[in-house]
Design a protein around this ligand. Structure first.
Ligand code: PHE
Length: 447
């Protein structure tokens, strides 16, 4: 659709918007990244801080992106022009760049999941889950599956059949929940279950107090990553949203559903890890594959269960990858008058190339992940909040739309002051810590 169109397409139904946003939010961030971060940051202490971040920072920050999107009815870069502040375009551009880098390694991880879907049919990873993971995570095969996933994403975006994905999400989210609940039932019977729950669910204040410097940026990064914030996806989706919708209510639903999926994934992974004697945290990026793969290997009908489970995760990853690629493609179409198919082919090829190093070396994948999740996403959120909180004058008015409660302006005004000061302070602190952290990682890696 061109920039000048007066009547912009709108979501047909309220549920259409929520589903698409949930489809973007629910993905590898919940099922792969979340358990791996919990493991790396020492368990329940991380869980608590993460939940606080989602509720206290994530949801208000999602409203910020909704305001920019619905008010401007534009893609993340042009949105700032439309709101009369072209000098803020760089914030949209930063988001688009971040999305580009995320998609590059996201597709590699999704490639592993694709491989596991097929490997389930032969039971290839059942015998020795960790050995199998290590054998497929890096190298030519990982590049091949990365290519396969990127092609699938590109085909859907090129055909402009996001509507089909909306439908798939309708089936997929309930299917994913049902499968996770089934696997939780199985994990509950394992001998390591008690230890797993203890690790995952019973936080020690001492751990938070002594490790906050590393937990804080990790939790913030995970919250933004999983809610698809900081890179313009929610700006884009809200640009199709009607005025009758209440942004806070919709945002609350999206965050709640998304968080539920993550919590359930943890309830499968940790009991299994303790049962098979893998120290959480030592699994790193392979935690999901070893943890859930190990559980699936034991349940009756394991080949079918594995096929369905990993297959559903592939679809979840697809609906997230599409949301990122769509932002990049629609930007190229709107601003450079490129044809959709051509734009998709060019952009996805470049994303594929940029992802190759992460398919060759896990350390590079972790580096891409750290740079984007802990630094670029919080930076994008921070700048968008500055704009919506301090620069753009009508933000509270936009949030008040579609609501009967708070239409006198008290709630929107409270939100405005909340994002103006507390949120900026916390996200600002996260940025400072992350920058120091990243400097450490880079000097370790290259010096
Ligand atoms: N939220 C998605 C997930 O958790 C990933 C994503 C991040 C999608 C950023 C869009 C933007 O898998």
């Amino acid at each position: 659709m061109s920039l000048e169109d007066v009547t912009r397409e709108k979501w047909a139904t309220r549920i259409g918007f929520i589903l698409a946003a949930v489809g973007s939010a629910v993905g590898l961030g919940n099922i792969w990244r979340f358990p791996f971060q919990v493991g790396q940051e020492g368990g329940a202490a991380f869980l608590v801080i993460y939940l606080l971040f989602v509720g206290l920072i994530g949801i208000p920050a999602m409203l910020v992106e909704f305001v920019v999107g619905r008010r401007s009815e534009r893609n993340p870069i042009n949105a700032f022009d439309r709101l009369g502040h072209g000098e803020w375009r760089f914030v949209g551009a930063l988001g688009v760049f971040t999305g580009f880098v995320i998609l590059a390694f996201y597709s590699v991880v999704a490639g592993w999941v694709t491989r596991y879907t097929f490997a389930s049919l032969t039971g290839a990873y059942f015998g020795e889950p960790s050995v199998y993971f290590n054998s497929i995570a890096e190298g030519p095969a990982a590049i091949g599956f990365h290519a396969l996933f990127m092609v699938a994403t590109a085909v859907i975006v090129a055909a402009g059949i996001q509507r089909g994905i909306e439908l798939a999400v309708k089936v997929m989210v309930p299917a994913l929940l049902a499968l996770l609940v089934g696997l939780i039932g199985y994990a509950f019977t394992l001998e390591g279950a008690a230890e797993g729950y203890q690790y995952y669910l019973s936080p020690e204040i001492g751990v938070i107090a002594s490790n906050w410097m590393s937990i804080l940026p990790a939790a913030a990064g995970q919250a933004f990553f999983t809610l698809s914030l900081g890179m313009g996806v929610m700006i884009t989706y809200a640009s199709y949203l009607g005025e009758d919708r209440n942004l806070a209510v919709d945002g609350g639903w999206i965050a709640a559903l998304n968080t539920l999926v993550s919590i359930l994934a943890g309830l499968v992974v940790f009991p299994v890890l303790f049962t098979i004697g893998v120290e959480p945290g030592s699994g790193g990026a392979g935690e999901l594959f070893v943890g859930v793969g190990g559980a699936i290997a034991q349940v009756p009908g394991s080949r079918l269960v594995g096929f369905v489970f990993f297959g559903v995760v592939v679809i979840a990853a697809l609906s997230s990858a599409i949301s990122i690629l769509e932002v990049l493609v629609s930007y190229a179409i709107d601003n450079y008058g490129m044809e959709r198919k051509k734009a998709t082919a060019v952009i996805s090829s470049v994303v594929f190339l940029v992802g190759i190093p992460t398919a060759i070396d896990l350390d590079v994948l972790n580096l891409y992940d750290q740079i984007t999740a802990s630094l670029l996403l919080p930076l994008g959120v921070f700048l968008t909040v500055v704009f919506v909180g301090w620069v753009y004058p009508d933000s509270a008015e936009e949030v008040a739309k579609g609501t009967s409660k708070g239409s006198d302006g008290t709630l929107p005004t409270a939100w405005l002051w909340y994002i103006r000061i507390p949120i900026l302070l916390v996200v600002g602190l996260v940025l400072v810590i992350s920058a120091i952290d990243l400097y450490g990682t880079l000097t370790d890696m290259f010096l």
